[in-house]
Design a protein around this ligand. Sequence first.
Ligand code: GLY
Length: 365
Amino acid sequence: MRTQPMLSQFMNSITIDNCHIHFNDNAYSILNSYLDAHDISSLFILADTNTHLHCLPKFIAQIETDIPIEIIEIETGEETKSIETCISVWNVLSELGADRKSLVINLGGGVVTDLGGFVACTYKRGIRYINVPTTLLAMVDASVGGKTGIDLGTLKNQIGIIRSGEMVLVDTSFLGTLPKNQMRSGLAEMLKHGLINDLDHWQQLSSLDQMASEDLDRLIRDSILIKSNIVAQDPFEAKERKYLNFGHTLGHATESFFLGKMDRNTLLHGEAIAIGLVMECFISHKLKCFPKGDCDAVKTTMQNHFGKVEISEEDRATIMELLKYDKKNTHGQVNFVLLESIGKPVVDCVVDNALILEAFAYYES
Ligand code: GLY
């Protein structure tokens, strides 16, 4: 997948219920009009070390306002997504006099948008926030849909609340500075959007290598549209929003496992989800008649983009243990999302351990 900067092109905004997503140059005009039209006492831009350096200068240059602006910087990386970081950001907000008319702008990847959203939603019982995602993963997933939160140790997103920000501003030119592994981490979520909702989207993404650069902007918008439509149907994840967890039951457990292992490289979120998608397609084939040809095509696509990670038998057992922390569990039971076919997910499926072990073997084969 290419990582060069993209042509900035006009893309129509997405507005569904209280979810407003604006793209590229148009996003900055909308932000400036918003700042002009609303009663905002102060602006706090939350960035991490990377986005402070690479994205903030461009972002600040586009803002036209007299509202006082403060920058808050946090460290990069998943380890930052903790209650300790929240406490320091709440302290800075408090010391700098943030009040209930303040606005937080989260400029960064999923760690910044999740944590910044959570900080804003809890500071003085909730102040407004805007997400400006700078990674592909945050653009197509984390920044959209109002999920905010932090990790509890190595357990991802165990603490948080769902409350949408004022808007999401997607400037795809930020992707020009993103390393290849971060790009493919976002691609995994886009592929998932195709698998759960749209055969055509899946097929276009599977052959992304042959695509001209401007196609990626359109595919990003298509993915965001799929996600926004699902969130609008079910903002608090009673049913349809669970579809977005396809690939995430085993994917999250695998991600948590690698996060907890100091002696090996951690997997990026999308890299772990790619493993989960292959395994959960296999389980879908066994339990829901998901066609074997599609299952093999998913495995080939994922292995082309992500390669294969060696997971030993001992590690498989530990990953299966971690399933007990999955957020979708109810009554002590692990609930999988599976597919009957591409675009046809089913929720709350119970899977026995023997089949999960078979799925590991399929992934490794
Ligand atoms: N990342 C899945 C969701 O937003 O529901």
